[in-house]
Design a protein around this ligand. Structure first.
Ligand SMILES: [Mg+2]
Length: 363
């Protein structure tokens, strides 16, 4: 089988309310879907979760000419051609996001060709549903955040995540923590995501301040490349550290794992290089005694890929599930998306179990 063409479709969804984290605010979401076509008549679907302004150029002008003619079954060769042979220039960022999209689409094609779900290609389905946490509570009025958190818990989620840490919001952030913790009760897990915004002294000080709210984990308090800083926070704070969504390729995670810079490592399939790289990262984490909890905050393509990977790797914990209602999830799923009591069902059909219809593009 050979790749004959690659197409790119950007879906845009305006937001009723801005989504804010410590790094900024946005009023719309964009989903960069990548369709990989083959001479067998099969089309695989990927999602290029990189810089929205760059992805079309990267996918169509940089990666498409290199990918046409490759065999979608041979992920190792595809990886070598698209990543390893060009590593002199690009070892991360949006180029690797584009490669990830094509790699994920190739797994979709393989599953469709063999008539099996992708998890069967990854070593077999070990579980039919994955426990998820509610993602996310973006920072805004404390009362509204607390109400939303209570709704997520009411829906069955045993863990919720918030984004705080923006400049000038310190006192209000403590108020947000207090209100949310009161709303969800003491037994629900509460993750705190700083989106890399702090320096080391601020991360230490803030970590000490929020410890009384018993966060489940403290996510990306520092630059993603400050492995030693995260390791230091692990030693200094009574908190579990999570990081990894901004690292690329299995080798890119080695320094973090080697210095034991986190308790939860968070490879994103759509950023780290695809399903095979994410699997390697999860397996390296297991060998290092670190829990893998894949990052996932894009379209239903990323959700489906993450479900299949986690179904095959039972030691991976906590599916990140977008509860904001602003993702393109159900629309892309072939089977109905089933979420019950905080668990998400792994698709049963061939491939990833997603497809892009003309109707979705029109919407
Ligand atoms: Mg995060």
């Amino acid at each position: 089988m050979k790749i004959t063409d690659i197409r790119f479709v950007q879906l845009v969804r305006p937001l009723d309310r801005p989504q804010r984290n410590a790094q900024g605010s946005r009023n719309e979401r964009r989903f960069n879907l990548v369709l990989v076509e083959t001479d067998a008549g099969l089309t695989g679907l990927g999602d290029a979760f990189g810089d929205d302004a760059l992805m079309e150029t990267i996918v169509l002008r940089r990666l498409r000419p290199m990918a046409i003619g490759l065999d979608p079954y041979d992920v190792a060769k595809l990886w070598h051609k698209l990543f390893a042979s060009r590593a002199f220039w690009e070892t991360g960022g949006s180029v690797v996001c584009g490669i990830s999209a094509i790699e994920v689409a190739c797994w979709d094609i393989r599953g469709q060709a063999e008539g099996v779900p992708v998890c069967e290609l990854l070593g077999g389905r070990k579980r039919d549903r994955i426990e998820a946490y509610a993602s996310d509570l973006h920072w805004e009025e404390p009362e509204r955040m607390a109400d939303l958190a209570a709704q997520y818990v009411e829906a069955g989620f045993r863990c919720v995540k918030t984004h705080i840490g923006a400049p000038g919001e310190h006192e209000r952030d403590l108020e947000r923590m207090r209100r949310i913790r009161e709303a969800i009760g003491k037994d629900v897990g509460f993750m705190v995501d700083i989106n890399t915004a702090f320096d080391r002294p601020t991360a230490l000080r803030f970590g000490r301040e929020i410890a009384s709210f018993s966060p489940y984990w403290y996510e990306e308090p520092l630059s993603p490349l400050d492995w030693q800083g995260h390791a230091w926070l692990r030693r200094e704070l009574p908190l579990k550290i999570a990081t990894g969504e901004n690292l690329y390729a299995a080798e890119g995670f080695e320094p973090l794992l080697a210095c034991r810079g986190c308790d939860f490592v968070m490879p994103d399939i759509l950023r780290c290089g695809g399903i095979e790289q994410a699997r390697r990262i999860c397996e390296a984490a297991r060998a290092a005694g670190i829990v893998a909890s894949p990052h996932n905050y894009s379209s239903g393509v990323g959700l489906a890929a993450t479900l299949h990977l986690m179904a095959a790797l039972p030691e991976a914990e906590w599916l990140e599930f977008d509860t904001t209602g602003t993702a393109v999830y159900e629309e892309l799923f072939v089977e109905p998306l089933v979420v019950e009591g905080g668990f998400v069902r792994v698709p049963q059909g061939p491939g990833l179990g997603v497809r892009l219809t003309a109707k979705i593009v029109d919407q």
